[in-house]
Design a protein around this ligand. Sequence first.
Ligand code: ASP
Length: 320
Amino acid sequence: MKRITVLTTGGTVAMRADASASGAVPQLAGGDFADALPRNIADTRFEAFSNLPSAHFTLEHVWDLSRRVAALVANPQVDGVVVTHGTDTLEESAYLCDITVDTLKPIIFTGAMRTASELGYDGLANIAASMRVAASDDARGCGTLVVFNDEIHAARDVTKTNTTALETFLSPEFGALGRIDLGGVIIARQPTLREFVPTSRLELNVHLLKLAVGMSDGLLEYLVDTVGGRGIVLETLGGGRVPPWWLPTIERAIKQGVTIVIASRTGAGRTIDRYGYVGGHRDLAQIGCWFANGLNGQKARIKLMAALGTSDAKSYFQDE
Ligand code: ASP
């Protein structure tokens, strides 16, 4: 039997209604899950990392979580790791593990959309499905995966798309890698776009700004001049366009040593275009922006934080 560690961090999967808090709060721990889960999937050990809603995670938590996962998979007694996590920021923690934990062993992130006090609590089914994937030889070498609603997604591709739906985790551009059914784990395609960023720290002073029609560049100026941001990801319009009046501030920021990464607010697809008008890809490339290569804004920020922790950050952001 495969040996799996389930690392619990909190989130709705660990929540139950609490009268004193007038709502659901994290309460369930490994023992509660262990008692309710089938014992024939894997030889499973539970370990508590935290019991927090994911909106309470700091960047230190996210980094420490990735280091704990790295330590677990480095242990020859562990064949795979499942991380239970709040769904709000799950994709960021999962993606950080994907790019910074160098292992063939399966690492699976999961959670729940309904608390243990609600009808149709999905937490146990998601953890059990994740344990099956963590115990599967077919999941080896696939990087960090997100298992939800019986679907298997690559951490690079997946995003939370709906505030309440059980099928919230989708991979908008390329779809799921596979699924879990009564017969077992099916991995239908391999995640070939995986990258590894060998960093020993995160640069924390990295920000994310979303553009909208007619928006002033005042927030960018604030980040550059007042906050002194080291890196800024811009969720630009469409395939990577900014209003013309943003260009001088972006150029000034880059000249001052701020790294600007261009993502798209559409959430999928590369930021590249063929346009000749002011503010398109050509202008952004010319003034020295880097490009997110299809990552959504929040993951481009994680990657930039990791890359800026290395001595060769630009090499992780090839031109598109
Ligand atoms: N608020 C929860 C969180 O910790 C949401 C969830 O887990 O679904 O992210």
